[in-house]
Design a protein around this ligand. Structure first.
Ligand SMILES: *Cc1c(COP(=O)(O)O)cnc(C)c1O
Length: 351
């Protein structure tokens, strides 16, 4: 017997790298290329004059942030959960809702954290293959399950399902919790937050990291009926009460206040995404119809890993997943117009 026999052994999730090189064009982790709303910066200045707020514990119920979210989404606070990035929200949701012997289902190609949470919490799971166009086949989920997780738009494919499709899907699976991860929904998907009025078993998860350009603050949230959010809060407050720090709570509120800036920057990203799609098609790339802030592309003449390595030599970092079915694809985050111009010019040279 060794102490190591009792260790909860896991293979951790590997996030995209955050290299320390200067003058890098970083298109590997779907960060927003624009700064957060000006009000966020102003609030940081104000925090400097009031830094003793850090002496006290933060509000464990995330009050100010949840009130702001409640007004923005027209939902009572009892139907909103906040966490330290949607990774924390999803992790708590896996812990709270997937507690049986039947397998939790999610696509074979999706956010690669889902299977890691299932493993660490010892939750049985099965992956359901996407079809040859990387599309989700609803009928394939018609089997006994302990819950279902769908990212919409999906990652890393960027493919979005309509709100009607999601509603039919949730309707067909009312016996288990269905989590819809809407990390990228603001860039062109249809949110199903309003369906939580109707379906008790639906949990919709979103984040400030992508569309609100605040990945560094770590703010995520979930929406559902009062009962499902209550269960989620019970688990969260059984693990750690003070997860979200005071600056994040203050700055998160400022981001929500400036809706005009939010919409303007999303529009800019979408415009650049569509421009980039055309330019990459001209270069011979095949791609999915991404509705998110990244592109999922493949080239018939050069292997994705090779393209990624050559881009890297030129100071451009994109994401390559060394995984079955997608190892000849690259996930390229949508940067500024200038960054995407440099990217496509560089690709033209490499190819
Ligand atoms: C980025 C991402 C998340 C997590 O983002 P946070 O920064 O933890 O909020 C969750 N789901 C998907 C599909 C993502 O791409």
């Amino acid at each position: 017997m060794s102490w190591e026999d009792n260790v909860r052994k896991v293979v951790p999730y590997v996030p995209g790298e955050q290299p320390k090189m200067d003058k890098l064009i970083k298109l590997n982790t779907n960060e927003n290329p624009y700064p957060p709303a000006p009000g966020v910066q102003k609030a940081i200045e104000e925090l400097k004059g009031n830094f003793s707020v850090l002496r006290k514990y933060p509000a464990p119920d995330c009050e100010a942030l949840e009130v702001a979210l409640s007004e923005y989404y027209h939902l009572p606070r009892t139907r909103i959960f906040t966490g330290v990035g949607s990774d924390d929200v999803l992790s708590m949701a896996f812990l709270a809702f997937f507690h049986g012997d039947k397998p939790v289902l999610f696509p074979d190609i999706t956010y690669s954290f889902y299977d890691v949470w299932a493993e660490v919490y010892r939750i049985p799971y099965e992956t359901i293959p996407l079809d040859e166009n990387f599309d989700i086949v609803a009928e394939d989920y018609n089997r006994e399950n302990g819950g279902i997780v769908i990212a919409n738009p999906n990652a890393p494919t960027g493919i979005a399902k309509s709100a009607e499709w999601i509603e039919d899907f949730v309707k067909a699976h009312q016996d288990t919790v269905v989590i819809v991860d809407e990390a990228y929904v603001d860039f062109g998907g249809q949110s199903v937050i309003s369906l939580t009025d109707k379906y008790e078993n639906l949990l919709v998860v979103q984040t400030f990291s992508k569309s609100r350009a605040l990945a560094g603050l770590r703010i995520g949230m979930a929406f559902g009926c009062e009962k499902i959010i209550g269960y989620l809060k019970d688990v969260k407050f059984s693990v750690n009460s003070y997860t979200m720090n005071t600056p994040s709570l203050i700055l998160g509120v400022e981001s929500i206040k400036d809706d005009e800036y939010f919409r303007e920057k999303i529009e800019a990203v979408v415009k650049t995404r569509e421009w980039s799609k055309e330019r990459l098609k001209e270069l011979g790339f095949a791609m999915t119809d991404s509705k998110s802030n990244f592109l999922f592309v493949s080239h018939p003449k050069m292997a994705a890993a090779e393209i990624a390595a050559k881009l890297r030599e030129e100071g451009i970092i994109v994401r390559h997943f060394n995984k079955p079915r997608i190892d000849n694809y690259l996930r390229i985050s949508v940067g500024t117009d200038e960054e995407m111009q440099i990217l496509t010019d560089t690709l033209a040279r490499i190819l």
